[in-house]
Design a protein around this ligand. Sequence first.
Ligand code: ATP
Length: 305
Amino acid sequence: MAGEHDRVVCIVNPASGVRRRRTIARRLAAELPEAQCWFTRHPGHGVALGRQAVEDGYATVVAVGGDGTLSEVANGILTAGGEKVRLAYVPAGTCNDFARGQRPVSNLGGLLDRTQDRETDVGTVTFTRPDGTRDHRYFLVSCTVGLISVIGQRFTEKTPVNRVLKRLSLQLAETASSVRTLTGWRPVAVRLELDGEPSDQVITNLAVLKVPYFAGGLTFGHAQPPQAGRLDAVRVAGVGRLGVVGLMWQVFRGAAAGHPAIHRQEVRRVRIDADSPLPVEVDGELVGFTPAEFSVHPSCLKTVV
Ligand SMILES: Nc1ncnc2c1ncn2[C@@H]1O[C@H](COP(=O)(O)OP(=O)(O)OP(=O)(O)O)[C@@H](O)[C@H]1O
């Protein structure tokens, strides 16, 4: 409704997904004519703009992009103390796992007219930054430590080979990073604490999930979100290199349910540490290294999807 949207700001990532910037801009102008529209200019800018929106007194912030954009904007809002701000999400990224399974809206005005805002749990992760200092971040989708984050780390390395591959095709670069990582992969010894219960384990990967989906609709064979106030801690353990390839294939086919290497537990708190620090990936972005601690803040963000 006109008038109700004049305290709305849209934060749009023009680099997200496959849709063209002009298409999104046209839709926003037609469907939310009174909303302000800000475009992110570089990675991390969504955090600054989310914070700016709270400081400027906007009642509703619409994040337009992928899960990474949503996560950045949520981090900006929460660090500025904007728990009362409504955060609406228009999925326009590649994976869009936060919104998967939700009823899609055809008109953005209609999205904001929905009366049923959801009180959403938000995850927090504490980690070591590359400069050695400790930091924390909020997350809405998922975090990984282990094989997947090491593949991500290899993918983001600024090597000549990566540069050439990425120029040819991002998918090719991703596949090359996966193959190169898997070729030399050995499961890693970690100290894991699940709700305060410590154990020494040898794992391939730990995923800490707020929603059941990752990497564009894949699941570890369980398509339900964790209960309110909990996180899903999913360990992959007890498989060698070939077993991992088989497991990945089953995950891609949506047939991983009941796989003996997948160990899932709903928890409030997770801590992971390893002798050689492992990279930590948060909502699709590599933020730092272990030791990492994950916890959940119940119902601390008002979302509209
Ligand atoms: N103007 C920009 N140019 C380049 N990168 C940007 C810009 N604005 C934001 N980014 C970065 O783009 C990254 C990817 O965005 P996002 O996650 O929204 O899209 P996606 O990767 O297509 O979607 P998904 O996470 O759903 O797969 C974010 O980490 C963000 O930091």
